[in-house]
Structures are given as C-alpha cells and as structure tokens.
Design a protein. Structure first.
Length: 214
C-alpha cells in the first residue's frame, strides 16, 4: 500500500475512533459489573487476535470478536475496546503499523457498525423475543456483518492499491468467509449464555423489549 493511501486510511480510522471516544455511552459502564465485563472482553479480544493461523503470503486468520463486542456494549464502545487491542498488538509487533488502520476499519469498526445496524433493523421489523435476538441478531446478523466486512476489506485493499504481498488473495478470502461462519456460531452461543447469565453485559438486549408480555 502506498504511503498516501496508508495515511488516508489512518486519518479515516483516527477520525472515526475519535468520534467513538467522544460519543460513546460511557455511562453504560457506570456499574462495576459492566466495567469488569468490558475490561474482561478487551482482554479476551486481545487473546483472540493473538491466536493466528498463518495461511501463507504473510497473511493469517484470527477471530475478530467485533460483533460480540457490539452486541454486548454497542458499536462505539466495541470500537474503543478493539482500538486498545490493536494498539497493544502494534506495540508488541503482532501488527505492522502500515496495516493497523486497514484492520481497524475492516475488522473492528465496520463489523461492529454492521452488527448494531442489523440488530436494530431486526428489532424494528421482526418479532421481539429472545429467540429472534439470539438466532437472527446474534447468529445471522454476525454472519452477515462479518461477510460484509470481509468484502469491504478486499475492496479497500484493491481501491487503495495494496501491494501484492499485502493484498488479500482468493485463498485468504475463501478461508476468511469460512471463518465468518465460525465467528457467527461462537457469537450466537455466547450471546445466548450472556443473555441467560449476564444480561447486564448485553446492552443491546433489554428485558422490556424482548421479554415483555404481549
């Protein structure tokens, strides 16, 4: 990727991250239970991003966790959490600084925003019950969000002229799309567990919306 392209992506990512920092609902973390949940989520995401499967050409696969984070704490707090993860990975040399903004946009910001947008659409258009939340918002929504984010990653890399070594290959995209299925399964299962045992962590799930008697 050329230097101007890398600078442009970095500016876009930093502006979006600044917006998330300034507008994030920090009041949602007022309780110690949610604070601990958000910090624990950040640590879990850091571990997930460090567990990488190399597939050649200097590229690797890993779980992103952005959709789960967005369902738990909203898109903006999820983006902040993943920004902390990316900063630590860059500091320790797991991510090249040149590719940090691209990964931050494609695997943190976009899937978080897509997930919340889909969840709100489902909440507005479909039956409001816990099964719809888990299977449609949690599973299907995560799958759709991560597929869209993967395609966006390929599109951004092509548009900004990534080098042959950094450009996503057909094999990478195929494996990444398969991983989207696994990520959606994991997110759906964890969403079901947290809804049952830690509903205070799931800010997109509200009892008065999904458990109200009709």
């Amino acid at each position: 990727m050329t230097t101007p392209a890398a600078i442009a992506l970095t500016v876009v990512y930093l502006v979006a991250l600044l917006w998330c920092l300034l507008t994030a609902p920090w009041r949602d973390l007022a309780s110690s239970t949610r604070q601990h949940g958000w910090m624990g989520l950040t640590v879990a995401l850091l571990l997930a991003w460090t567990m990488r499967a190399p597939i050649g050409n200097g590229m690797d696969l890993h779980l992103a966790g952005a959709s789960l984070a967005a369902l738990m704490f909203g898109a903006r707090l999820a983006a902040v959490s993943l920004a902390v993860v990316l900063a630590l990975l860059a500091f320790t040399g797991h991510i090249a600084l040149e590719g940090l903004a691209l990964q931050g946009i494609a695997y943190a910001l976009l899937p978080a925003l897509f997930t919340v947008a889909i969840q709100r659409l489902v909440q507005a258009r479909m039956a409001r019950n816990v099964f719809v939340y888990i299977f449609v918002s949690g599973f299907a929504g995560t799958l759709a969000a991560n597929v869209l984010a993967t395609l966006a990653y390929a599109g951004i890399a092509w548009l900004f002229g990534a080098s042959p070594q950094a450009a996503p290959s057909g094999d990478y995209l195929s494996y990444r799309l398969l991983l989207c299925w696994g990520e959606s399964m994991l997110t759906g299962m964890l969403a079901a567990i947290f809804v049952a045992y830690r509903p205070q962590w799931m800010t997109t799930f509200r009892d008065e919306v999904y458990l109200a008697r009709r």
